[in-house]
Design a binder for this molecule. Structure first.
Ligand SMILES: Cc1cc2nc3c(=O)[nH]c(=O)nc-3n(C[C@H](O)[C@H](O)[C@H](O)COP(=O)(O)OP(=O)(O)OC[C@H]3O[C@@H](n4cnc5c(N)ncnc54)[C@H](O)[C@@H]3O)c2cc1C
Length: 383
C-alpha cells in the first residue's frame, strides 16, 4: 500500500515513520527547502514518550533531552505558590522530557531515512482518484497514493480543502527561546494576564516561554527589548533567561487554535497533528498528540485492509481525545492568565493546593495508550 504525507514537521515525519514501519511505501511532501523545526524547546509528556517508544526512537530522544522531574510555581514577584515533584515515570511508565525541537525532528528523520522525503514540495491542490488520492504541487508535479494524510500544520491546505474553516485567534502572544543558562528544575511564573515558564533542556541550556493576554500592538525595538519591557521586572529566572537569549533567536507568535472539528476526512484523505487539532500551547500537548496520532494511524492501517475504512477507524479513535485536549488546553490558557484581581487571587490560591489535588483529573492527559488498553504499565524505554 502507498501513502502520501503532506508536511514534514513532527507530525508528518512521525506518521511517515509509523506507516513505513507498518510496511507501507510512503512519500513525504514538505514545502520548505529543508526539514527544520524552529521553536526552541518542547515538553514531551509520558504519553508522547510512549508514542516515541512505539516509533522505535524513545531511547534516543530521551537521551537528548532532560527529564522533567520538578516544577516550581511562583507569582511574578517571586512569592512561591507551590513546588511539585512530578514523579511521572513511576505514575505513567515513562518520563516526561524537555528536548530541543531540532533534536526531535532529527531523530525522526534519521529513523525514517531520506528515501521518499521531498523538500521544496508545496502542495497546492488535492484530488480524489479512482484508486486513492493525489497531491498536486506548485509547479505542477503530482504524487498519487492509496491514501493521503494532511500533516501540514495550523494553516493546512488539506484541511482547507476538506473543511474550509479558519484558525481562531486566542488573543494572546507567545515568545519562546533557548538560553545558554543552567537552571535547577522547571518552573512556572504567574502574573496579571500573563504567564511564563522554564525547563532545562540539558546541562547548559534552558528552554523558556512567556505568554501574555492581548497584543502589545507594536514591537518595541527588538524582541528582547520588547520582552524585557513586559517581563523584565518579574522574579528570576525569567528576566535572566531573556537576557541570556540572543534577540534574533527569540520567537514571537500569535496563539491560535480551532474548535474541535466535526470531521477530519473523507474517502482516502485524513488529517493529523495541528492540521487536525491545533490547540493552545498551555498544556504543552500539541506535538505529543501528533506523535500519538501517528502510532494510531499505522495501527488502524494494519487492522483494516480497506484504506478508507482504516482512516475512518483512525478518526473515530483519535477525535474524542483530541477534542478533549483542545478544550482542556484552552481552559488552561484562560486559567493561567486572568486579568481581574479576583480571578488572579483565585488562580494563586488554587496553585497553593497540594500537588496531588492540583493534578487530580489530569492523568488522562498523560496516558497513552489509554488506560483501558494498557495491559502492562512497564516502561516503554528500550522496547
Ligand atoms: C508557543 C508554543 C509552544 C508549544 N509548546 C509545546 C510543547 O511544549 N509540547 C507540545 O507537545 N506541543 C507544543 N506546541 C505545539 C506544537 O508546536 C505543535 O502541535 C506541533 O509542532 C505540530 O506539529 P505538526 O507536524 O502537526 O505541524 P507543523 O509543525 O506546523 O508542521 C507542518 C509542516 O507542514 C509543512 N507544510 C505546510 N503547508 C504545506 C504545504 N502546502 N505543502 C507541503 N508542506 C506544507 C510546513 O512547512 C511544516 O513543516 C507549542 C506550540 C506553540 C505555538
Amino acid at each position: 500500500m502507498t501513502a502520501t504525507v503532506v508536511g514534514g514537521g513532527i507530525g508528518g515525519l512521525a506518521a511517515a515513520l509509523a506507516l513505513r514501519r507498518a510496511g507501507l511505501t510512503v512519500t513525504v511532501l514538505e514545502a520548505k527547502q529543508e526539514l527544520v523545526e524552529a521553536g526552541a524547546g518542547l515538553s514531551l509528556w509520558p504519553n508522547a514518550v510512549h508514542a516515541l517508544g512505539a516509533l522505535g526512537v524513545a531511547d534516543e530522544v530521551v537521551a537528548r533531552g532532560a527529564v522533567m522531574d520538578s516544577n516550581l510555581i511562583q507569582r511574578w514577584d517571586g512569592k512561591i505558590l507551590g513546588r511539585t515533584n512530578l514523579d511521572l515515570e513511576r505514575r505513567y511508565g515513562a518520563p516526561g522530557i524537555c528536548v530541543r525541537r531540532a533534536d526531535l525532528l532529527a531523530a525522526l528523520h534519521a529513523a525514517l531515512g531520506s528515501e521518499g522525503v521531498h523538500t521544496g514540495a508545496r502542495v497546492v491542490k488535492l484530488q480524489h482518484t479512482r484508486r486513492g488520492a493525489a497531491a498536486v504541487m506548485a509547479g505542477g508535479g503530482r504524487v498519487d497514493a492509496d491514501f493521503l494524510v494532511g500533516a501540514d500544520g495550523l494553516h493546512s491546505v488539506v484541511r482547507n480543502a476538506l473543511l474550509g474553516d479558519e484558525p481562531r485567534s486566542l488573543g494572546s502572544i507567545a515568545w519562546r527561546g533557548l538560553a545558554k543558562m543552567r537552571t535547577n528544575g522547571g518552573g512556572l511564573a504567574l502574573g496579571r494576564g500573563a504567564h511564563a515558564g522554564w525547563l532545562p533542556v540539558d546541562g547548559d541550556y534552558t528552554y523558556w516561554f512567556c505568554c501574555r493576554d492581548g497584543d502589545t500592538g507594536r514591537r518595541i525595538g527588538d524582541l528582547r527589548t520588547e520582552l524585557l519591557e513586559l517581563f523584565g521586572r518579574w522574579w528570576d529566572p525569567i528576566p535572566t533567561l531573556i537576557q541570556s537569549t540572543p534577540s534574533r533567536e527569540i520567537l514571537r507568535h500569535h496563539v491560535y487554535d480551532r474548535p474541535p472539528a466535526w470531521s477530519w476526512g473523507t474517502e482516502r484523505l485524513t488529517l493529523l497533528g495541528d492540521a487536525a487539532h491545533p490547540m493552545s500551547p498551555a498544556a504543552g500537548q500539541g506535538a505529543c498528540l501528533a506523535l500519538e496520532d501517528a502510532v494510531v494511524l499505522a495501527s488502524c492501517i494494519t487492522r483494516r485492509p480497506d484504506p478508507a475504512a482504516a482512516l475512518r477507524l483512525y478518526e473515530a479513535e483519535r477525535m474524542p481525545r483530541a477534542a478533549r485536549m483542545q478544550r482542556a488546553s484552552l481552559r488552561a490558557l484562560r486559567a493561567l492568565q486572568p486579568q481581574s484581581p479576583a480571578a488572579q487571587l483565585a488562580r494563586d490560591l488554587i496553585m497553593r493546593l497540594p500537588a496531588g489535588l492540583l493534578s487530580a483529573g489530569q492523568s488522562w492527559m498523560f496516558e497513552f495508550p489509554s488506560r483501558r488498553r494498557v495491559r502492562s504499565r512497564k516502561t516503554v524505554l528500550g522496547s
